[in-house]
Design a protein around this ligand. Structure first.
Ligand code: SF4
Length: 213
């Protein structure tokens, strides 16, 4: 895709939403980390409902450890894979307490060593908590990037590398959230809403659909 088109796409996202951010609710880096860990294969709405209650009782590594595995599991039982997630959260809290003075580390290498924290979660933390221009490729970003024509990568790592290469520096910090929100509300998985899309004239998928009509 031409540089000028990529520039136009992100200029429109910027104009539509100058300060995009996550829809997960949090008041500290620790709360964000736990929310992102819980959000794997779950909706942000379901995570927010659970953390709203949990964080009133426990929102530090020590408090989560004091709560214990069973009670933690009870708070997050409405979220998919909650048993595994609860176990990982307890192990992660122990490491944060022992090795990081209860702070959240700010490098990919350190974050991905925490139980239950993969590359995608780590990139979300680096981007949202530490303002680093990372792009965590989730199911929305993977689909949207390919439809628009930003990448034809075969897996999330290839798409992440393509996006980091082609998105102009000035848009990189917010690109992650613009693409997720676009995928969540407009370029939906089953039926993309091309008639109400602000980048329809720039999108490869839409151009192809028009040719085939
Ligand atoms: S034109 Fe359609 S396929 Fe392209 S980004 Fe917009 S909604 Fe998605």
């Amino acid at each position: 895709m031409q540089k000028s088109i990529i520039n136009q796409i992100f200029t429109r996202f910027l104009k539509q939403n100058p300060n995009p951010t996550t829809e997960l609710k949090f008041n500290s880096n620790f709360e964000l980390l736990i929310a992102v860990m819980l959000s794997a294969q779950a909706t942000d709405i379901s995570v927010n409902l659970a953390t709203d209650k949990l964080y009133k009782i426990a929102n530090t590594p020590q408090q989560i450890l004091d709560l214990g595995l069973n009670k933690l599991n009870n708070y997050i039982k409405s979220i998919g894979l909650h048993n595994t997630k609860a176990q990982n959260i307890i192990k992660t809290c122990q490491i944060l307490l022992n090795n990081y003075n209860s702070e959240i580390p700010n490098t990919l290498q350190e974050l991905i060593k925490l139980p239950g924290v993969g590359r995608k979660t780590a990139n979300v933390i680096l981007n949202t908590a530490f303002n680093k221009p990372t792009i965590a490729v989730d199911t929305h970003i993977f689909r949207v990037s390919k439809r628009i024509g930003l990448s034809n990568g075969k897996n999330v790592t290839q798409v992440e590398q393509d996006l980091l290469k082609i998105i102009p520096a000035k848009f990189k910090l917010n690109a992650h959230h613009w693409l997720i929100l676009h995928g969540r509300y407009t370029c939906k998985a089953r039926i993309p809403n091309c008639n109400n899309c602000i980048i329809a004239d720039l999108c490869d998928f839409n151009k192809l659909s028009l040719v085939q009509k």
